[in-house]
Design a protein around this ligand. Structure first.
Ligand code: AMP
Ligand code: MG
Length: 409
């Protein structure tokens, strides 16, 4: 049987599962953050309520609190209770108090009739013809949401706006969350110049880094932009060594991992003690991606040597890293969408292709067009696309009318 190690090129699935395995080996640290700064962070503790929720029986509507009695349909109003201003009343069955939403219910009432269902004249309250009222109607019972000491939001929850009021109700103004992973990003290439300079001759602006910073931010992690270095073996080695030994969790380099004479990164990683997991997988774009691990003081760091082409490096992030980060932090991944191809695509090889496409929804159906060159250097095309079309290994020359999977972006 053919073993993965003997083969030169991994399949996408094999490469992905090797990366996934290492993501699962990362040990996330924790920190405390203020509740107002906790959106899109992941809870590292169970949030337990220190009180009953609601803390007291209260009215779900603006209305009239009464003792339920089927035979009675008119009452004398003897007072009013607003939210936060409780006064106790001892009502008889013929009396009522006007009560506002959220206000505490007097001890002997067991129904609240909405104001829309009564007629009121000179403190005389009468059930409107055709209206009915029932026992316990419109009363939100004490502890009916959750009891004191119970878990309100579970450890591992990726926090959305909807979680924050539950946590606030539990009295937590500060919560324990997992620390963000810190990505160190560095580009390599003699051709690179800063974005704010105008390239002359054979220079280009260092553009790919910006999409990568964006990708990292989009998965709610932290980044440090370490700029760029020339294709000088010693300089790259020194820079990569410094970054690896800083407090980063994940290193992303771009450029210099292909088969060219000046593609030093793979050797440099090895010399610096990075353990290679793989180099190259059978995908397009982004084939020459390097993946390794580095351990410092028992801390595992992941090392990705991404190709320099802006489309390749970004596709590598999307198809190798993004899903793993979301899984690690309990965030939902965007589902792939099935769409009908509106034009033929050209695919002659048995790599897995991730092609730029434009996805549109009409009525209940998705359609996809792709008139792009699919050049891995063309980031303008990438910015005009809104999805990657996944064409699997064995699928050659997809034809108009076929259904394909798309990764929205
Ligand atoms: P490399 O992976 O170093 O062989 O580079 C592949 C292609 O990507 C070449 O055309 C490079 O000029 C280009 N490239 C490399 N680094 C960057 C970068 N940081 N931003 C934009 N393009 C780059
Ligand atoms: Mg290069």
């Amino acid at each position: 049987m053919e073993s993965i190690k003997l083969r030169i090129m991994l399949s996408y699935k094999e490469a992905f599962s090797l990366i996934k395995e290492q993501f699962q080996n990362l040990k996330l640290e924790t920190e405390n953050v203020k509740l107002e700064n906790s959106l899109h962070r992941t809870l590292a503790e169970n949030v337990i309520s220190d009180i009953n929720l609601p803390p007291f029986d209260n009215s779900a509507v603006d209305g009239y609190a009464v003792q339920f009695d089927n035979s009675i349909n008119k009452w004398e109003m003897i007072g009013e209770i607003t939210a936060g201003n409780f006064k106790e009343f001892n009502l008889t069955e013929n009396q009522t108090v006007k009560i506002m939403t959220g206000a505490k219910i007097p001890f002997n009432c067991n129904a609240v009739i909405p104001i829309e269902d009564v007629k009121v004249q000179d403190k005389k309250v009468r059930l409107s013809p055709g209206s009915k009222y029932l026992e316990t109607m419109n009363i939100r019972l004490k502890a009916s949401d959750i009891g004191e000491g119970e878990i309100t939001v579970e450890k591992g929850t990726f926090l959305k706006p909807r979680h924050l009021s539950s946590i606030a109700s539990c009295g937590k103004s500060e919560i324990k969350v997992y620390k963000k992973l810190k990505f160190g990003i560095v580009a390599t290439g003699d051709e690179l110049i800063p974005v704010n300079e105008k390239p002359e001759g054979d220079k280009i602006r260092v553009s790919n880094v910006y999409s990568l910073l964006g990708e990292v931010s989009e998965v709610n992690q932290e980044w440090i932009n370490f700029g760029f270095v020339k294709d000088d073996r010693d300089k790259i080695k020194e820079k990569v060594n410094n970054i690896l030994n800083s407090d980063i969790d994940i290193l992303l380099t771009t450029g210099g991992v292909s088969v060219g004479e000046y593609d030093y990164l793979k050797d440099i990683f090895e010399e610096l003690g990075v353990k290679k997991i793989f180099w190259r997988a059978n995908i397009k774009p982004g084939k020459p991606c390097y993946f390794g691990i580095f351990t410092k003081n028992d801390k595992l760091k992941l090392v990705f040597g991404l190709p320099g082409n802006p489309v390749s490096s970004q596709v590598n992030f999307k198809v190798y890293i993004k899903e793993n980060i979301n899984n690690l932090f309990g965030n939902q991944n965007t589902e792939q969408i099935k769409a009908e191809l509106l034009n033929d695509l050209r695919k002659k090889d048995k790599k897995r292709h991730f092609m730029k496409g434009v996805l549109k929804k009409e009525k209940d159906k998705y359609f996809i067009t792709s008139k792009f060159s699919q050049s891995s250097g063309n980031m303008v095309e990438l910015s005009k696309a809104n999805c990657l079309i996944v064409i699997e290994e064995e699928h050659l020359d997809p034809k108009k009318g076929e259904i394909v999977n798309c990764i929205p972006m």
